[in-house]
Design a protein around this ligand. Structure first.
Ligand SMILES: [Zn+2]
Length: 142
């Protein structure tokens, strides 16, 4: 029996679940990530090709701004509250930025891939552009 190509199957992880634990959006197996924030080429359990999902650098730019803002706010707070020497800042913020960026990248990339999988996202083609939005009322004949 072939169950290939069916839309939504039981046992698929939710979006948040897949993002938090790095699960395969199709079968729910762990191992979405091969590196710190790099996808594995495909799922070891079900063979889903992660490479065809183009998540891109959108999340990176977004995260950089958010993490940058949070880090500056925290650094200013620490500076004015504890008045620490400069090396304390280096000790605090370098690992902080590294960890939050990695965690954020993993989360957002996994969430995007799962969302793309669930919505069967693909590149837009000329076919999409030629398609009329919807047939409005009052149009008759051709
Ligand atoms: Zn899988």
């Amino acid at each position: 029996m072939m169950a290939d190509g069916s839309s939504v199957e039981k046992g698929q992880p939710g979006l948040a679940e897949a993002a938090l634990f790095g699960l395969c959006p199709r079968c729910g197996a762990k191992g979405l990530f091969a590196g710190a924030a790099r996808f594995a080429p495909s799922c070891k359990a079900c063979g889903l090709d992660y490479g065809k999902y183009n998540v891109g650098d959108g999340p990176a730019a977004f995260l950089t701004m958010i993490i940058g803002a949070i880090t500056v706010a925290l650094a200013l707070w620490v500076e004015f509250t504890f008045d620490p020497p400069v090396w304390v800042h280096a000790l605090l913020w370098i690992p902080f930025v590294a960890i939050t960026t990695l965690a954020g990248l993993r989360l957002s990339k996994a969430a995007l891939l799962a969302a793309e999988y669930q919505r069967k996202a693909r590149q837009a083609t000329g076919e999409d552009l030629r398609k009329p939005p919807s047939a409005g009322p009052g149009q008759s004949g051709d």
